[in-house]
Design a protein around this ligand. Structure first.
Ligand code: 5GP
Ligand code: MG
Length: 494
């Protein structure tokens, strides 16, 4: 595809993001959205934005950077109304452009239309082409703009006098494939939409003073004094308006495919998914890991913060005392934000210091939640040895990441995934550990599903290579390696 964006289109970001929506009369919805996005900051650190509407006109403020860098009292004061959506966006290399920041806000015949998206549409090249053929110009490489433009066109059977947003959303859902949790702003309602597989999370909260909110994770609800109502179901459309919240026709595509990586790494530990607290699930991952991959050691150390619950679980199940062995500088950006491998390597040293008092002379079990590209674990092992550890046994509370994600988490291409190109023993040598073991896939799925809601289902394609949706040619061409053997010449599944 040759476009003015050049590489940008091919290098397009996978949009793992945080989204928020609110309908609340007599409330400073921009300020509430700001604090909600603050609580969702871990889901995206590249750009942030809020769009509001007072029922007649709408405004948006978005920029590159962290939530606290993007908004000021002045910019919030210009965002008036009683409806708002917000987004905090994640991206890795490339495509770090303001034009990709969200939410998208356009003017339609029926007033403002704004969209914030978390996920990745797997047939977006096709959807983009269909829009271009209709003469719709696109200004960015994001799915959100495609979604906004698709919703701007009347669905079949609707009239100009009645925008019938539900019908338009259903029309979009019939054409879209892949992962999407959406917040949509119109002049008189805020919608929340979850794709039929439920890849990415989305939940509903109730404000004490009236009104409802939508958020990617329940951790944002407490921050804005909203109580948890329930998850938006896979395939469900939720409408927030003056009468409260309404559910529209869940289009279930069973079983659901909630991303297992939300449990492993992505979600905040105090969030609840499928009725279970993430922290509890991570602890269980550590407990199962201890049973599957014991080690003879003096202390258990987790890589803060995401592996801390698994380390606590490993320690409890193994009887080896848990201790802190790495201190993290919480004010240094996440290493994933750094553009090059070189910078990511030094990023580890910028981010952690070894706690010598707890390490000297000790045999250490180091727990991390995942090994993706494999650039983090090696420097961490070195740091622990510099801090005096006599042995370092690395235990990972998920299986090797071997396959790219096309559903919204940035997992690179196969050749960048160390679990794809090296065996566990080669990885052990690469990271310089005395021993290395991963959690089995069965162990992970048991830990994740043990207390989950009945009827839950998960996507674990990054570990198993089993994609719950058929990927179109664009993605297969993009990562031929990943599909060697899985696809025959004519693109049919084998
Ligand atoms: P890698 O193996 O790619 O060097 O990094 C693995 C480390 O990155 C683990 O400590 C894990 O907690 C963290 N990690 C895994 N997935 C992601 C992600 O999508 N974003 C960020 N920022 N960190 C991640
Ligand atoms: Mg980590």
């Amino acid at each position: 595809m040759d476009t003015i964006f050049g590489d940008d289109i091919l290098d397009r970001p996978r949009e793992a993001c945080g989204v928020f929506g609110i309908y609340a009369p007599n409330t400073d919805v921009a300020r509430v959205s700001f604090f909600a996005l603050y609580a969702l900051q871990h889901r995206g650190q590249e750009s942030a934005g809020i769009a509001t509407s007072d029922g007649v006109s709408a405004a948006v403020h978005k920029d590159m950077g962290l939530v606290a860098q993007v908004f000021t009292e002045e910019s919030l004061a210009r965002l008036n109304g009683h409806l708002a959506i917000g987004q905090t966006r994640y991206s890795t290399t490339g495509s770090s452009h303001l034009r990709n920041a969200q939410p998208y806000l356009i003017e339609t015949m029926h007033g403002p239309l704004g969209v914030g998206h978390n996920g990745n549409l797997t047939n977006s090249p096709d959807l983009r082409n269909r829009l271009l053929e209709r003469g719709v110009g696109l200004t960015s490489s994001t799915d959100s703009e495609v979604i906004t433009q698709m919703l701007a066109a009347p669905a079949q059977g609707t009239t100009e006098a009645n925008p019938d947003w539900e019908a338009r959303i259903q029309h979009f859902m019939a054409a879209a494939e892949g992962a999407y949790s959406l917040v949509i702003l119109t002049s008189d309602a805020v919608f929340g939409v979850r794709d039929p597989k439920g890849f990415r999370p989305l939940c509903i909260g109730k404000l004490a003073d009236g009104g409802y909110v939508l958020a990617s994770e329940s951790c944002a609800l407490g921050t804005v004094s909203a109580s948890y109502v329930r998850e938006v179901e896979p395939g469900e459309i939720i409408r927030l308006d003056k009468d409260g919240y309404h559910s529209i026709s869940p289009q279930r595509s069973s079983p659901p495919s909630l991303c297992v990586f939300e449990y492993v790494y992505f979600s905040r530990p105090d969030s609840v998914l499928e009725n279970q607290t993430i922290h509890r699930v991570r602890q269980r991952l550590g407990e199962v890991l201890a049973a599957e991959a014991p080690a003879t050691a003096d202390v258990v150390v987790g890589v803060p913060d995401s592996a801390t619950p698994a380390a606590i679980g490993y320690a409890a199940a193994s009887g080896i005392p848990y201790t802190e062995g790495l201190t993290k500088n919480r004010y240094i950006g996440r290493t994933f934000i750094e553009p090059s491998d070189q910078l990511r390597k030094s990023g580890v040293h910028l981010k952690y210091n070894p706690l010598e008092a707890n390490l000297r002379g000790k045999r250490v079990v180091l727990i991390d939640d995942s090994i993706v590209r494999g650039t983090t674990a090696g420097p961490l092992v070195t740091l622990l040895r510099e801090g005096g550890a006599s042995e370092v046994h690395v235990r990972v509370s998920s299986p090797p990441v071997r396959h790219p994600c096309f559903m919204g988490i940035d997992m690179a291409d196969s050749e960048d995934l160390i679990g794809y190109i090296k065996t566990p023993e080669e990885i052990r040598v690469h990271i310089g550990a005395d021993s290395l073991a991963y959690l089995s896939q069965e162990g992970m799925m048991n830990a994740v599903t043990q207390e989950a809601d009945a009827g839950s289902g998960h996507c674990n394609a990054c570990f198993s290579g089993e994609y719950p949706i058929k990927l179109d040619k664009f993605w297969r061409d993009r990562d031929k390696l990943a599909f060697q053997g899985a696809w025959s010449e004519n693109g049919e599944e084998q």
